[in-house]
Structures are given as C-alpha cells and as structure tokens.
Design a protein around this ligand. Structure first.
Ligand code: GCV
Length: 841
C-alpha cells in the first residue's frame, strides 16, 4: 500500500475507534444476524495483506451500487480497510466487480466461464501485470451474490490469492413466504409484529424491510411473499397496490422481488363480480386486468402465491373446478409479464371422520394433485410442504414430491418453528430438511432424491425450487431468538445448494454469527446439530407427530388433542397401542402413493425404520423396536434423554460465555435455554404420564410418576392459595396446581424442610399466563431468596403445558426445619399459580 493511503486508512481506523470503542463494536443484539462483519484479529488480517485497495466497477446499475457499498462495508468492518472506487483499471492490483459483460469490456483477455442466471465467478488473475480479484456475475444479482460470497470467505479467514470458483444456484426459485397480516400480526410469527404492515396499511418506515432484503440477498434468496397465505383480498385493492410498490422499492436494491398471496375469491369479494369461477371469462379478465395494474406499479413483480380449498379458504371446488383450473387462470394473467403462480398443495378436508380407520389426511395432497399432473401451465409451480401432514417433528417426505413428472414443483419448508418450540426452544431444522431433500423417491427404479426433483433436474422442468415460511418480525433479533435465525440461514443455503451438509451450514452460520474461536464454534455446532433430535426426543418420537396441543397453540404438550376430531393429525394412541396404520394391506393405503421400491421400505413392520414406525404402523406398546426396546420404554427413555440433553445445552452455552462475547445476544440465549430446560421437563412429564396412564405399563427404570425431590404445591401449607384442576391433567404434576384466586390479593404456600442440612437447588414450577404479570417471592427461614415477575408472553392465558415454567435457584443453604415459603401476587387474570417445588441436592 502506498504510504499516503496507508496513513489515510490508519487515520480513519483510529477515528472509528474513537467513535466506537471496541467493546461497543462487538456489542450485539442479534440485528446483524450473520452479517456482522466483526473485525478480524490482527493475525487473521495479516492473511489479507495483499487485498487490493482499488475497486473497479464500470456500471452504475442499482444492484452494482449495492454490491460496491456492501463490499466496502464488509472490508471496512472485517479488515479495517477503505476501498477506493475507480471506473478504469488502475496501475495496481484491484478488485473487478460487475457482470461478465462488464468484465469483458474491462479485460477482454480474461476467459470467463459460462454462468447460469444468478451464478457468479470468483477468481484471482493477473491483469496488466497486477493481481486482481474478480467478482463477476451472470447478472447484476449474481455479482451481488459474488460479493457476499467473498465477504463470507474473509469472515472465515480463507485466503483469496488462489481463488478460482464458479457457483450457480441449484434452484431458480428461492423464495421466502412471510405470513404477515395487514393489521400487523403475523400468523405463526414469533419475532414480533410485521415489518411490512400496521393497522391495515404498509408501514411508513420500511427500513426494516430493506434490511431484511439485505439479509435475504446475502444468502441468495430472490423472492419474498410478504403477506399471509390466508390472504386478505384487500391486498389487491387499488389503494393498496401503490403501498405494496413501496415494499418492492425497499427490496429492489437487493435483487429480492416482491410477491403476494392472493385470495381466489378476490374477483367476487373485492372486484364486485357475482362469481370467482375460474372458468368464467369475466373472472379471467378480472385477473388479467389486476395483473396489468400491478405491473404498471411494480415492473419486477415476482408473482402470486395461492392457498385455496384449505382450512376454510375459498377455492375452485365451490364451482366444481380443479386446482389446475384455478392456478391456470391466474397464471395466464401473469404469463405475459413473465412471472409465476405458486399454488399450494396444502389442500385437505379438516372435517374428516375420525371414526373411519381408512380416512387419512396424509393422502390428501397426492389424491388431489396427482391426477392433475400435466394440466398446469408452465408458469405454475405446485408448492408442496415437505411432509404429508403439517411440519411435524418427523414425517416422511410427501409422496406428491415424487409423482408430478409434468408439473413444476417447489418444496415448502417451515423456518418459523410453529411445531418446533416457537423459537423458545433451540431447534436447528437443517438436519430435518436434509432428510426430506435426500429422500430418494426411486421413480423408475433410479436415484431420484427430492432435491433433484424440485430443482427441475430429474423431470427436466425449467422452474422449481424452495419456499421457506420465515415470518421474521420487528424484534431486534428478527425471529425472537438469535439462534432461531440459523434456520433462515440454513434454508437459504440449502435452496442455493442442497448438497451442503448440515455440519457445514451450522459451522458457517456459527462462525459468521459468533466468530472463529474453535472451542466456541465446536460447542455451538454441537448444540445446533443435536437440537432437532433432542426436541424430537422430548416431544413426539417414532414418527407419532409432535404430540402438541394441535387445537390451540401448537406449543406445549397436548397428546390427546389430535384425537377424535376432524383435523386428521391422529396418532391413534389407546390403551393397547399407538400409531396410524397407513399400509396398503390393512391400513389407509397411503404407502401405495410412493413408488414400488419406497413402498417396500414402509409397508412392513420389519422394514420400517424405528424413527417413522408410528407414522406408518399401529403397534402394541410392547412391540420391540429394532433397538430391541419396547415402544413404551422408548417413549419413556427418549423423553428423559431429551430433557437431560437440554440441561447439557445450558452448561455448554455457559462454558463459552467469554468466547462468544458476553453481550445482549448471549444473555438472551442463556435465558431461553434455561427456560427450555424447564419446559423440556414439562413435556417429558406430560407425555410420559399420559402414556403411563393409557398403557398401564410402568417405566422399567422407575422414573415416570416418581419424582423423589418433588413437593406438590397442593400438599404444602396454603394461605389464600386454593387447589385447582389443570386440564389436560398430565400438564400439571398430579393433575393439580394451586391458584391465588380473587379476592385474595396475595397468597403463600409453605413447607418445612425435612432433609439434612446442606446446599440445594430449589426448583419452583409455576404458571406464567399471558393475561397478567403476577409476582413471586421465595423466602427461606425468613430471608428473601429470590423474587421475579411472571411477565413472559407464552401462548396461553390458562394453566397448562403452554404456561408451566420453571424458576431455578442454585446454591440454597438449607437447615433442617427451615421454612420454605413461596408468595404469589396475582395480576389481571394471572393467578400466580404454583405446581410444585423440587429440592435437589
Ligand atoms: C397459514 C398450519 C398452520 C396455519 C397455516 C397453515 C398453512 O395449519 O397452523 O397457521 O396457515 O398450516 O400452512 O396454510
């Protein structure tokens, strides 16, 4: 570097340091997610000593300007260096940034590779006698992706001097879906209110939308549906479209195209026609005119997403028409503009007769869409949830994915953790998605993994890809937990390259988010990679479903909620056994929807893997798994193992406090993990007790129903508190809690300590309802030990598995005879309710 530029850089870096002392530079609330550009250590920076200072970019296109700014920002953050922008090649080493066409003008002698849309080429080459770093895209968007790829390499401290790399996305469609309602709430959103809408309008300040687009672009996402699939017809109203155009403007600089969910009844409910029959010419004209109106305002509009004839949404069945009829009418309106319709295959009857053992919701998508193969227009993509039910903790890949040979497909993955602990529980979903993507459909007896079907490769489809339900919100950390956004990162990386391994993706995210300390990285990677099997262990093992409250929050335990109703998420557990018989021979015939080779894997008990046993077969509790355990003992053991593993997560996280930066993010995650530790026990106890009661078969290890350190609140001395029944009963220890009901203003539950004097952990199980902020105080031998406010916003106002929460106090010195007293002060509808106390050595 020339002395003058060196001085300029040094001066600037010093100035920055004055403005932002180093601890501030590192302080983090999760907003920057994986785009922190945290300063590398001196020794790491040394690897980039030869990094050019000149940045040559000929074009002024919007995306190229974004690319330049991002590169400058990232290099400044990580290397503390300022890049200088030039229009022509300088007489020194430089970074060449632009499309292949731009590059050809700058350095015609370079032999650039052919690139597919959105692909990029990174190379280090000699130009005019100087080493140059080339970042070139097939298109401007590809160039931007190339910039982010280089910045990732810098963050990973990968040398750039021998770079020669070409990357192209496996999938043309790489979209996120955000289920935001126009009033600002988000369906199944756990990270705050909408970043797009408030009170029926698009927000005035869309800076979050633009920052979101930056995050998305950094991992190659090229489209975003901004509103709920349960769409409000008003989204297409003439006064709303200009507002949507403002969101498209906020996205545009990042190459993210805006799309919207539409309600199929819009021609009638919004347009004033007396029908929305897709075959009615007036309806066809309505969609066409609407599409034209949109394109006048949003020339790069991405397309529509449709949910119809599903969970009460209007659809073509009202007129005896098919999903293909409906999809095509909308698609033809968009076709002239070169865009697409994503039509969801999540179509099923939620009033199924549960008494009929042949009924099976899992069959619905295939039964409805398979006969339509070949009937969809070329700009329709059928969007298929990865499993046949609904984002359960374990499902086989949907057979529909393997059967549409003449139709474009996209796989729908759920990034927001609706059934997976709602961002309060750590659950890294990439390993689960990998199982669906690697699932070999054996079409025509050859290797046909789902990932190669949805990309269009196997059946030679021009379109196809990934849709991920993201549901980010206004919370500083976007998804309600800095760890949860690893799933957004992982989704996007898989959409780009489904052959990346889970370990690879976990490690990338960890290093970008928490830095390159090897011990910290190994620890976080291990937590991430074991978190889904752990969650499965303490919720719903063996393919039975998540065993959550499916009629309410989809959060806490609710084993029985899926039975005896029309929703069809049945596991059929009774006194003798559990599981859905989906075989061809004796069951619902669902297995027959797979190719003959896959049928062989699931039709017989002997062939079916333990992990999916109860999805495919009904077996007695005493049935022996391949692991040689009985089903019932597996249920008990896996729940204890899962809850124990979460306890380890807490310790693992605490062990890296000083390595990852003891900042807001760290504390937030610690709090969440501690909560999860308690809630995993709520899950464990509820599920195990339910199965003990149902099966009558005791736990061979004697744990279920026996908690030696536990004192039930209802057996303590109560002042003001009254015992109440909790429903379902297994969600409270002994089926009961004590509640401080009006008119009592303050209540207390106390017990005298009978054990030997020593140091103990005190665990208080209480209920944190969301309709008040009750206060608790713990007093031991007259001294206050702890106090807290139950102000979490768990998804329920009642006592039960959603709200049961644990407070742990460590290092409590107890003497025999000491009074342990818990005082509760209710607030609003919250009753300061207690379930039990555990005193553990
Ligand atoms: C948007 C599940 C969810 C619903 C969601 C639906 C869907 O049933 O619970 O909230 O609705 O899936 O994917 O359409």
């Amino acid at each position: 570097m020339k002395r003058s530029s060196f001085l300029r850089v040094a001066y600037f870096a010093g100035f920055l340091a004055l403005l932002f002392p180093s601890h501030k530079l590192h302080a983090d609330n999760g907003y920057d997610a994986w785009l922190r550009y945290a300063p590398l250590k001196e020794a790491e920076r040394a690897k980039f000593a030869a990094f050019p200072s000149a940045l040559v970019a000929r074009s002024d296109s919007l995306l190229l300007q974004t690319s330049q700014k991002e590169l400058i920002r990232g290099v400044r953050g990580m290397l503390g260096r300022e890049l200088r922008v030039e229009k022509e090649l300088p007489k020194e080493s430089a970074i060449l940034l632009g499309t292949l066409a731009d590059l050809h003008l700058l350095a015609p002698e370079l032999h650039a590779p052919e690139l597919r849309a959105d692909g990029f080429w990174l190379a280090n080459d000699r130009i005019n006698g100087h080493d140059c770093l080339i970042i070139a895209g097939a298109t401007d968007r590809g160039t931007l992706y190339g910039v982010f790829a280089v910045l990732r390499k810098i963050a990973f401290v990968e040398g750039l001097s021998h770079l020669q790399e070409q990357q192209e996305p496996a999938n043309p469609i790489r979209w996120v879906n955000d289920w935001d309602n126009l009033d600002g709430r988000i369906e199944r959103g756990y990270g705050g209110r909408s970043i797009f809408f408030e009170n029926g309008s698009v927000r005035t300040d869309l800076s979050r939308a633009s920052d979101y687009a930056r995050l998305l672009a950094s991992v190659g996402i090229n489209g975003c549906i901004v509103n709920n699939v349960n769409a409000d017809p008003r989204v297409l109203a003439p006064d709303f479209l200009p507002q949507l155009a403002r969101i498209a403007d906020a996205f545009r600089a990042w190459g993210v195209r805006l799309g919207i969910s539409v309600d199929l009844s819009s021609p009638k409910s919004l347009g004033g026609l007396d029908t929305f029959d897709p075959l009615d010419p007036r309806v066809q004209s309505w969609w066409k005119e609407k599409a034209d109106e949109i394109y006048r305002l949003i020339p790069d509009f991405a397309g529509f997403l449709v949910k119809a004839d599903s969970e009460g949404r209007p659809g073509p069945s009202s007129y005896g028409r098919t999903p293909a009829d409906a999809a095509n009418v909308v698609a033809r309106a968009l076709q002239l503009h070169g865009s697409i319709v994503m039509y969801r295959a999540f179509v099923y009857d939620h009033h199924l007769d549960w008494r009929n053992p042949k009924n099976d919701r899992a069959r619905a998508a295939y039964d409805i869409f398979h006969p339509l193969d070949g009937k969809f227009d070329d700009n329709v993509i059928v969007q298929i949830k990865h499993g046949p039910i609904d984002f359960q903790v374990r499902e086989p890949a949907s057979p529909l994915l393997g059967t549409l040979e003449k139709t474009n497909e996209a796989i729908e993955l759920q990034i927001t953790q609706e059934y997976m602990g709602q961002q309060r529980h750590l659950c890294f979903l990439v390993p689960m998605w990998k199982e669906a993507l690697d699932f070999d459909m054996r079409v025509g007896d050859r290797a046909t993994p789902v990932k190669n079907i949805v990309s269009g490769q196997i059946f030679h489809r021009a379109l196809g890809g990934f849709a991920g339900v993201a549901n980010v919100g206004l919370d500083a950390n976007w998804m309600g937990n800095p760890m949860a956004i690893a799933n957004l990162y992982g989704f996007a990386r898989l959409a780009w390259d489904p052959n990346l391994s889970s370990a690879n993706i976990a490690d990338e995210w960890t290093r970008l988010t928490f830095g390159n300390d090897p011990v910290a990285d190994r620890t976080i990677d291990a937590m991430l990679l074991s978190s889904w099997p752990t969650y499965e262990n303490y919720t719903g093992p063996l393919g039975a479903g998540t065993l959550t409250d499916i009629l309410g929050s989809h959060y806490g335990p609710g084993v029985e909620s899926s039975e005896r109703n029309g929703w069809g998420q049945w596991h059929r557990a009774d006194h003798d056994g559990i599981g859905m018989d989906r075989t061809i021979a004796t069951g619902t015939g669902y297995v027959g929807q797979y190719s003959p080779e896959v049928q062989k894997e699931f039709e017989t008990l002997a062939a079916t893997p333990d992990s999916l046993l109860l999805f495919f077969h009904h077996v007695p509790y005493t049935y022996r798994l391949k692991s040689s355990k009985t089903v019932i003992q597996h249920i008990y053991d896996s729940h204890y193992k899962g809850a124990e593993r979460v306890r380890e997560f807490v310790k693992m996280w605490e062990s890296i406090r000083n390595l990852v930066g003891d900042d807001e993010r760290y504390e937030f995650v610690l709090k969440r993990l501690r909560y999860q530790e308690g809630h995993a026990i709520v899950w464990r106890d509820a599920v195990c007790n339910w199965f003990l009661r149902m099966s009558g078969i005791p736990d061979a290890k004697g744990r279920v129903g026996h908690s030696p350190h536990r004192i039930e609140a209802e057996s303590m001395q109560l002042q003001g508190y009254v015992p109440v029944d909790v429903e379902p009963s297994e969600t409270a220890s002994g089926g009961k809690a004590v509640a401080c009901q009006p008119p009592a203003g303050e209540c207390a539950a106390s017990v005298d300590f009978r054990g030997s004097s020593g140091t103990y952990q005190l665990k208080i199980q209480y209920f944190d309802q969301n309709n008040g902020k009750a206060k608790f105080r713990v007093v031991v031998a007259g001294h206050q030990l702890d106090e807290w406010v139950a102000d979490d916003t768990l998804p329920n106002s009642k006592l039960g598995g959603d709200t049961s929460t644990r407070r742990q106090i460590n290092g409590v010195k107890l003497h025999q005879g000491d009074e342990i007293r818990i005082e509760g002060t209710p607030d609003g509808g919250e009753l300061a309710a207690l379930d039990y106390v555990e005193i553990e050595p």
